[in-house]
Write a protein that binds this ligand. Sequence first.
Ligand code: PMP
Length: 441
Amino acid sequence: MSHVFHRLPKQTLPVAVSGDGIELIDAAGKRYIDACGGAAVSCLGHGHPRVVAALTRQAQQLAYAHTSFFTTQVAEELADWLSARAPQGLDHVYFVSGGSEAVEAALKLARQYFVERGETSRRHIIARRQSYHGNTLGALAIGGNAWRREPFLPLLIEAHHVSPCYAYREQRADETEEAFAQRLADELEQKILQLGPETVAAFVAETVVGATAGAVPPVREYFKKIRAVCDRYGVLLILDEVMSGMGRTGYLFACTEDGIAPDLLTIAKGLGGGYQPIGATLVNDRIYRTIVDGSGFFQHGHTYIGHATACAAALEVQHVIEEDRLLDNVRARGEQLRTLLRERHASHPHVGDIRGRGLFIGVELVADRETKQAFEPGLKLHARIKREAMAHGLMVYPMGGTIDGVHGDHVLLAPPFICSESDIERIVERFDRALAGALSS
Ligand code: PMP
């Protein structure tokens, strides 16, 4: 009997025993192309020799030193590396062990910033109905992922939600992108005014939506307009790039393409590429200075923050990405993958939308392409696709959920940055078979 339980205790999962480049291998010797990096994590694939060597070196030299006693050279180096490349002003780095922790730290930094400034009434957080920010209570409270929240309602922390930038379903037929972006920015402004600007601390959004709806990029100008609204009312902008950051979209930070810098930015998955659990919250100088010049320290902390072995893995992952110019490959392979999917599914009756940036691509399935009518939630089409894909030796990340009362079946494709042109062809070919199998079963 298995004594471990992950998500579904009774589910029989294959046992993963090794990894080899873009593939995972189970105990029966079956190979699976990891076309989603788990959950957009494994950006360098599996068993990368340089990362394994860096991990080994660091573990031999010093695995861990508690940050209330020491900093480490490797944590300093990784923070320098990140801040040198981060969007403007994000000069300070707070390391954590994953995405939810990065979001919690961002929320607490935002709150402490206002408390230090004497603006203690600023406590409200506004987020979007289409969002996932993590599973800890604070992160879950701000997220808009209905099925993850529902069992825990009412949540201990109250948050407020506005409409997502979900062009496929929410942009009106007679509306330009610009007008759509303006409508959403106006909605945020109205929400701030309704709550009272002096009570709002931050607006939180994923730069490109990941785990709720499969790689939904914002329309052009959306974040510029959002940034302007936040600035008008002194509200902090927190961008969650736990999934979309660290090169996934073809840029180290996804918001580069949107031409803005947030006040706080969270990263995780691609930072360590799965070689170690690590995340970070990047903090702008104004927030950092206010806290340091005020009470003097951030009132927070976990045992494993700044873990030396995790920092060593992340630093090596990032060096490999930069030295091997992998972001060029992310943009080229992403374009190839989107084009291939669009060509092959140009008239597929159930492929409603193919979207995304870089190697962060979402496919939305619908019962009727013309009306965008979704499949019955009870069919669990997304789960069927996952099952079929696994049978065909392919890992894809499926999502099903309800946003604004509309059910959606989505599949996220997020292959490793190292994948080749022929790898992409193999992924599309297996994905097509999985889709056909799921739709016919
Ligand atoms: N934010 C975003 C945007 C995410 O996609 C996720 C994980 N899917 C999280 C936060 C939470 O990260 P973790 O699971 O590492 O806690």
